[in-house]
Design a protein around this ligand. Sequence first.
Ligand code: ADP
Ligand code: MG
Length: 252
Amino acid sequence: MSKILEIENLTVSFGGFKALNNLNFSLDSGELRVIIGPNGAGKTTFLDVITGKVQPTKGRVLFKGKDLKKIPEYKISRMGIGRKFQTPRVYLNLTAKENLDLVCNRKKNVLPTLFGQSDHSEQRTVAGLLETIGLDKRANLLANLLSHGEKQRLEIGMLVAQSPDLLLVDEPAAGLTDEETENVGALLLSLAESHSIIAIEHDMEFVRQIANDKVTVLHQGALLCEGKMDEVQNDPRVIEVYLGEAPENIEH
Ligand code: ADP
Ligand code: MG
């Protein structure tokens, strides 16, 4: 199977401190990988390097075989890597539909306009997206009035509108109700049918819901272990690392 992402001997130092320490990682095309690890393990830094926000001190990141070294963030995003930050970034004074319209219009081709064609295909895309994220009934509501979970789903929809090949999501279940956690999980699982996804997560219940495949555990910037969820959960090294954490981090 082809690799969409390969990370070789990656080290990121902040001053003398190694947030990532000689990390090796690879993701198959079409895979949904969950990355877990205690606070400070380097999970967000890992995404920062993939998106070009932070440069490797050593090692390299290959996306579809291409070294991302020194490529600016906006270009990496155009190459097909979409990132969902922890807090939703949607326009609160626009409706859900208007938020999606904005992103879809950004991609608009001038040709249909020139030839006087209507933008029906685009309308369908927005409608299809609204359905995918389960907001078709809430389409005309101001984003401000959506629940936190609905905002998270809307932002995921806005990312998907840009047709990324690789989706990166940082703790999408943080602060969500149980019901919304399940909704967001179901959304990621459905998107996984057509995207490669890396989901960083702290909430173990959520990880159990979405981790059908491999789970990667990070600790102190290095790979602690990798495997199926039930193997990882019973690994004494993982238990030890998580026992050092506040219990709410394990349970929620
Ligand atoms: P996680 O997302 O797993 O909680 P982070 O990647 O945010 O971990 O952080 C890993 C470590 O790197 C932490 O100890 C954090 O304080 C440190 N760190 C992250 N970004 C910076 C930075 N820009 N400058 C200095 N230290 C940083
Ligand atoms: Mg983080």
